[in-house]
Design a protein around this ligand. Sequence first.
Ligand code: ATP
Ligand code: MG
Length: 505
Amino acid sequence: MAQEEKNVPLLKMSNIEKSFQSVKVLKNVKLELYEGKVLALMGENGAGKSTLMNILMGNYHMDAGEIELEGKPVLIQSPIMALRLGISMIYQELNPILDMTIAENIFLNRENTFVHTNFVKEKYVNQETDRLLQQFDVARKATDKMKELSVAECQMIEIIKAVSYHSKIIIMDEPTSSLSSDEEEKLFSTIRDLKAQGVGIIYISHRMEEIFNIADNVMVLRDGEFITSESIQNVTRASLIKNMVGRELSDMYPKTKCEIGETILEIKDFNRKDMFHNISFQVKKGEILGISGLVGAGRSEVIKAIFGLDPYDSGQIFLKGKEVKIRNTQDAIQSGIAMVSEDRKAYGLILCRSINENISLAHMNQFCKGIFLNQKQEKKECESIANRLNLKRRDMGQPTGDLSGGNQQKVVIAKWMLRQPDVLILDEPTRGIDVGAKTEIYSMMCNLASKGIAIIMISSELPEILGMSDRIIVMHEGRLTGELMRSEATQETVLYYALGGKNNE
Ligand SMILES: Nc1ncnc2c1ncn2[C@@H]1O[C@H](COP(=O)(O)OP(=O)(O)OP(=O)(O)O)[C@@H](O)[C@H]1O
Ligand SMILES: [Mg+2]
């Protein structure tokens, strides 16, 4: 640090102020980033991290403040200006244009860069994209359409795109939220290369382990205010949580023992060509079943097929011993299955509708089983769950689209936590959610399990799978490779099966 202080920072932001509809979301915030360093920007959902970065990227105009690049004051009025100044960003919210090819997406708005050298040719862009895809081990072609990609693949494309600008500063806003450890490691090795080239990186993540893995310095924002910025050596998990949340958090995974009853859902010989093969498993009353595996293992595909979102070629679904046919989500919901999907924008939320409306959408009422006695009661329930999850909002009538990324996710979770299906499927339930609210979600899951609901949870966070599951099944390349009881599961055993169960050296 001492040496750094003598250097001119790559980036210095000071006295940054920003309000939305007269609510101040950044108050006198400062930030310093040095060459070849990773600065982790931490804070709870709604703390102001993305807003600060969107100001740096020229997406938002600040109300007050200064930005200096290598000691020189700059005015950044648009993302194009930011890119020209050598700043690029991996955005938290992925909004790919679905009809574009991967190459078109990566080189979007950059055709001009090639005009002078006559490189605008599709061929060059495609070749370059294929090279990048190979470099990042993404098994796709430049000409594949964005709509064919999974959320994880979209995220990899976003990473490739930001890196391909050869910027001096790269902002990474939750780059790993839908990646598993394999892809995460690829990103980290890219980060190490970038650091060696002198690139400065601002890294935002709610996955605490990552911070200790790659950050040099850690800065914390709380409620739009600068709290600390210090070297990682001086930071502990506990001190970081305390700075972010403002209080100590004792038990991250409050798993309680529930009575596990009869089988509720049974899947037999589920198959879909090129996706998954001979998948059979059951989940019991009161049980939390974790599904682990690397991205691309087929976990979400199986779950989506069970919920009627995706087709399957053969197989049977039994609910409480009776075979059911599920052709669409309506069939699934009617059979008593509920799902929080990993792709919440597509299946989970209506962004223009209020928080209240999203939590209490009418067609979900079949799950209410007497929880909502009347509208007043319903509003009260919505408000109380929003408080429990520490949902940062102006009021419950606010459009969900205005909320920070993590707070939007809390709304989807809240919707299902208030209802009582027989089977609740959670695909990456805590993705992008801050530590405090994560623990709340875990304790709500336990609460639902204790009421006899069978819960299936897909998660790419191993500590979460290990901390919350009664039983874990593991997938690798579309097949089930292992099953572990809570007592026998460790990071190593799960990874062993996730890698196919062969490389046990
Ligand atoms: N376009 C907008 N209109 C109104 N309010 C907004 C807008 N964008 C952000 N906010 C508010 O600003 C605050 C900070 O949001 P921001 O997205 O910066 O949080 P964050 O720290 O990135 O959180 P997360 O971890 O959930 O991504 C939140 O209270 C949010 O509701
Ligand atoms: Mg954010």
